[in-house]
Design a protein. Structure first.
Ligand code: GDP
Ligand code: ZN
Ligand code: ZN
Length: 593
């Protein structure tokens, strides 16, 4: 395979830690079951396996009903009450969009023609003399253009004269009760055709089997498309007679929630109603809903009109909803989006392990409490799953004293201080891994003592005594020697094997049998390079470096720490004595990174 493709054809996966625990196993399964139940429930109840599409629709309405209205008309200067019957053409008006309008009340100004006449008296139109009026002035509120004259409107009321449709419209309140109060008995038939183009599905709200003489009722007849206007208002908690006086806007909502799957097909409209205008009529500035229109005619060749201010109810029909159909891609997307929830168990259990290990155990607040028992277990799990990595800084080094159970991490510039005097930060000593030792069958086998040669240990203790006089001040074991390094670097090697005075580590059996044993070190070198041939020049330095490494691994446990471990001066010099360099200076510790 070409070199370029090596990177391409590889796969990375995570290494996991399996915690054999009944408690955590149970928690995991409980969380998984809850997540699975929720995901399945949501899938089925919200039909999340469907592709949903918004509805497209058209609406057509027909209002029916007749009402008798008592009207006051002025005939030959006399007021007269006449009965008039209003049918559909009288009270409905064509509107744009999905709306229809039903007139409920009106104010009529009959027989208007173009001419000059006084304005209707209001606070703004009253005047005392011509000076109060302005020729050509046109108030947006007024009905005409002022001529500049102040004339009598009625008795002693004078208003500015205008050129307008005369007589001008009276500023009257809408009649109470509403003239077409019984419009609440009108019915409206709503025809609604809908389409889901993406699903290629069309339907309508009036199906052939519907009884066309029905009237809508929320519970008894929820599918009937014929609505009594009074019922609509009752549904929203409004009083039709009150709304009829000033008019209003009412929304008729048609909601289509269609399931187009063949196995559970369902596509019926749901009707609901909502008052859309400002209900608080007394507070709002322009309450209700009204507009003006005029009927024009000619009388004796003069163009005349009847102006009508119409109050009524506008019904807005709002059609919305969705149609859903099973879609494989949608199902896959949903399953994919829920997979992450199964990670909740891991997040939750990790949180338990993390919070109930470090926080409680390391603080030692509750020394022998029950909580701490489980904390100890959690601490163990935590250590197993967590591999701390310290930033390999130039200043990082580890120190181990034979009279301390922990290791110290020093991460600072020594600046002339001996390494022995720096406190550092305590880190737990990694548990000893004895598996490596078993690979050294030779290590614990004593070489046959050469007759006549004294035991090495004895020799060593003699050496200790003979040297004890000239040890540096920081040495606690009596075997350390001053560093050979230049002035600035010297403090790094000013380190003893002990914190407090006592026996030196080089007198211990493992040091003798492992670090100083030529046969063992040689075997270790061969273990690394099976066919290694050591020439006279390199033998000692290879063995020496191997001994350093061997010591670091022995005393610091993990290779991560061993790389930054500083050997005590006594060990360093004992090793150098055993495997000396023929000439020149020893270079000492170099940071590996
Ligand atoms: P050299 O043989 O003349 O270079 O001098 P040394 O006998 O001091 O050996 C130098 C090698 O041993 C370098 O690779 C150093 O990193 C390593 N070494 C020396 N001292 C220490 C030490 O205190 N700790 C560790 N981990 N390695 C050391
Ligand atoms: Zn010492
Ligand atoms: Zn020592």
């Amino acid at each position: 395979m070409p070199a370029c493709c090596d990177d391409l054809f590889q796969y990375e996966t995570n290494k996991v830690t399996r915690v054999q625990s009944v408690n955590y196993g149970t928690i995991k399964w409980i969380i998984h079951v809850i997540v699975f139940s929720y995901v399945s429930f949501a899938l089925v109840s919200d039909k999340l396996y469907q592709r949903k599409e918004p509805v497209i629709s058209s609406v057509h309405t027909k209002v029916k009903g007749v009402v008798e209205v008592k009207e006051e008309v002025v005939e030959n200067g006399k007021k007269k009450v006449v009965q008039r019957v209003f049918d559909t053409a009288d009270y409905t008006f064509p509107l744009q969009g999905n709306s229809f309008f039903v007139m409920t009340n009106f104010l009529q100004t009959e027989g208007q023609e173009q001419g000059l006449c006084p304005q209707y008296p209001t606070r703004w139109t009253l005047c005392a003399s011509d000076r109060g009026c302005k020729k050509g002035w046109m108030d947006p509120q007024s009905k005409g253009i002022q001529t500049g004259r102040c004339i009598v409107f009625k008795e002693n009321q004078k208003t500015c004269e205008v050129s307008a449709w005369c007589p001008t419209e009276a500023m009257e309140e809408a009649p109470r009760p509403a003239l077409l109060n019984s419009a609440e008995n009108f019915t409206v038939l709503i025809k609604n055709n809908i389409d889901f183009p993406g699903h290629n599905y069309t339907t309508r709200n009036i199906l052939p089997d519907i009884n066309i003489t029905c009237t809508f009722h929320k519970t008894q007849n929820p599918l009937c498309p014929i609505f009594r206007l009074g019922d609509i208002f009752r549904e929203t908690g409004d009083n039709f007679s009150e709304v009829a006086i000033q008019g209003g806007i009412m929304g008729i909502e048609i909601y289509w929630d269609c399931n187009l799957d063949s196995w559970s097909h369902h596509c019926h409209p749901k009707y609901s109603f909502r008052r859309l205008d400002d209900k608080t009529t007394n507070e709002s500035l322009y309450p209700g809903y009204n507009f003006r229109y005029a009927k024009y005619y000619k009388e004796y060749g003069i163009e005349k009109r009847t102006l009508i201010k119409v109050f009524g109810i506008r019904f807005d029909i709002l059609v919305f909803g969705t149609g859903g159909k099973f879609d494989f891609i949608q199902l896959i997307v949903y399953i994919g989006s829920t997979l992450s929830y199964f990670g909740l168990a891991t997040v939750f259990i990790d949180l338990l392990i993390n919070t109930y290990s470090s926080a409680c155990c390391r603080s030692h607040v509750y020394p022998r409490c029950r909580c701490c028992e489980s904390c100890a277990v959690n601490e163990y799990y935590y250590r197993k799953k967590c591999e701390p990595v310290v930033e390999p800084k130039m200043t990082l080094k580890y120190v181990s004293f034979v009279d301390e159970s922990h290791i110290r991490m020093v991460d600072e510039q020594l600046l002339g201080r001996s390494l022995q005097d720096v406190k550092g930060e305590k880190v737990p000593r990694p548990l000893m891994d004895f598996t490596d030792l078993t690979r050294l069958p030779l290590s614990l086998e004593d070489p046959a003592p050469i007759p006549g040669q004294p035991e090495q240990i004895q020799l060593l203790s003699e050496e200790v005594i003979s040297r004890s006089g000239s040890t540096p001040g920081w040495c606690q074991c009596g075997n350390c020697l001053p560093s050979q390094l230049p002035e600035g670097l010297r403090c790094l090697e000013e380190l003893c094997c002990r914190r407090k005075p006592g026996a030196c580590i080089i007198t211990s059996e493992p040091f003798q049998k492992l670090i100083l044993a030529r046969r063992v070190l040689h075997f270790l070198l061969l273990y690394q390079e099976p066919l290694l041939v050591l020439d006279a020049d390199s033998t000692n330095s290879r063995l020496r470096h191997c001994a350093y490494r061997c010591y670091a691994t022995w005393r610091f446990g993990s290779p991560d720490l061993a790389d930054f471990a500083i050997l005590p001066s006594c060990c360093r010099w004992r090793i150098r004595k055993e495997f000396p360099k023929s000439r020149g200076q020893y270079s000492g510790f170099k940071s590996p990174y």
